[in-house]
Design a protein around this ligand. Sequence first.
Ligand code: GLC
Length: 606
Amino acid sequence: MGVWVGLALCCSGLERGQATQPGGRDVESRVEGLLRQMTLEEKLGQMTQVDLGALKEREDLWRLGLGSVLCGGNTDPEDNTPTTWRRTVLECQRLALQSRLKIPLLFGVDAVHGHNNVLGAVIFPHQIGLGATRNPGLVEWAARVTAEEMLATGIHWAFAPCVAVARDPRWGRTYESYSDDPALVGELGAAAIRGIQGGAVRRGYRALACAKHYAGDGGTTQGVDQGNTECDEATFRRLHLAPYREAVRAGVGSVMASYSSWNGVKLHGHRYLLTEVLQGELGFDGFVVSDWAAIDQLHPNYKEAIALAINAGVDMAMIPNGPGQANNYREFVRFLEELVREGRVPESRIDDAVRRILRAKVRLGLFERPFTDEGLLQRLGSPEHRAVARVCVQQSLVLLKNERRVLPLSSKARRIHVVGPGADDLGMQCGGWTISWQGSTGAVTPGGTTLLRALRRAVPAGVEVSYSADGADDMAAAAADVIVVVVAEKPYAEMMGDRKELSVAEEDRARVHKARATGKPVVTILYSGRPLILGSVWEDSDAVVAAWLPGTEGDGIADVLLGKVEPVGRLPRVWPRDNQRLSTDQAEADPLLPRGYGLGYSMRRR
Ligand code: GLC
């Protein structure tokens, strides 16, 4: 039994990681002791998070006593290697520790499907694929591996998991959502939090998770990114708050506020939801971080915007702008100090925010061990870590159709012809948030395996796997026993992925239709961040597999196509029938395929 199958077994029975952070008097007394020593300027510094790209004068780390630094989706070190990431992070930490009270820095990244900005890191399936696994043990395991790869570069804070309940797949962030079902989102979000914060990471280092984006980011009208979620409170609670109840129960140490609005009120300025509900009713004792320059959206005057956000319950501001730019981090500190001096932001609010931030740092053990062990680097991108991602890929695939039992690929198939640019394109296999914010096509990161390469090394001796990216090789198609067509979305992230309709691209439809015309069995593999309107692709395919955005471990797809493992994935969200009924609410009535649908090779409907 290969390591990855053994792993799959242990993942299913994975005992729970430590769900909550250490709490208790010792943490609180340490926090209060520090708070009493801090000047107002030092407190405001802790509430300030700066993108590394804006931090030209790194002395500000100790001069201002900055609480946090992030590397946003496009802020990679110029030489993007794990070693350079680690060196960069440690340099920032050393500078931060030169501040008067030596309060360690909290460094954060969007490790949303692996430590995905770092070359050579393992890239896991995006959350929609993990949603299809419905396997909390596996999700926890994947999160733990991600945390370990992140800690190897000295970084303690992952802006993950996204616990959005994406209701309209036109939203460009649908793939960051586990499901359109809040219960599944809550279950898997809690598992990811346990995995990231579990403390079972090697040598006892802890990482901090961040449930995002609070709240209702996935419920906006027509799926418009940063749009407006329009519903009554009972619906908002049932759909969009429910996963946060699970996240808080799992001990999540931070929450990121959403750019979106609820009934026209921006979440970043929503005192009822941020303070009364999240911190009061749900009992969240971590801290709330803003999204990237999201505070700026509250008011044209930056100082007024800061007052609205901090008084509503935002504890830390994520600021991408540096000296010389509008709304920069130095202005944030200066304006917030003025607001406190003017009595427009109570110092008790500042103390509450800083208390929450310090509590997270104490619980992480950052004061004792601000630097992680360099030895962890050896595991970044390791075969053991890739084996975990391979199991995630295997279990994320959903078999939607399998006429004439064309899958698994018959051992009698001597010639397999593969078509579609996505079949040999790691960037399309990984999707957005990979090395760069939007992701890109091509060989985006070392160590990964495209489906084409995986098939070629997995087929029995004597079996030929031919390839034609554009499907123009008629001879190879005519000579084949089966044709595998990969239909792939081009990578995107956030608002760049918003669509008005979700039909499969014409060139992809044409490739599948051309394969159909050969009379050979046609297997269509979908790389997509959401359900697509398949149209003629459905009729022209004998088999259809939803592979979502599987990440670097293409072997996991080959394992299923060749029958080494059964497809066990089930749809994490409704698959709409047409472009007229795309949102879950409308499509629920008459979907092409219902949530929970998935075939196995024994053809029983799961
Ligand atoms: C982005 C995203 C958020 C991410 C943050 C930092 O705009 O909305 O998910 O964590 O900025 O990159």
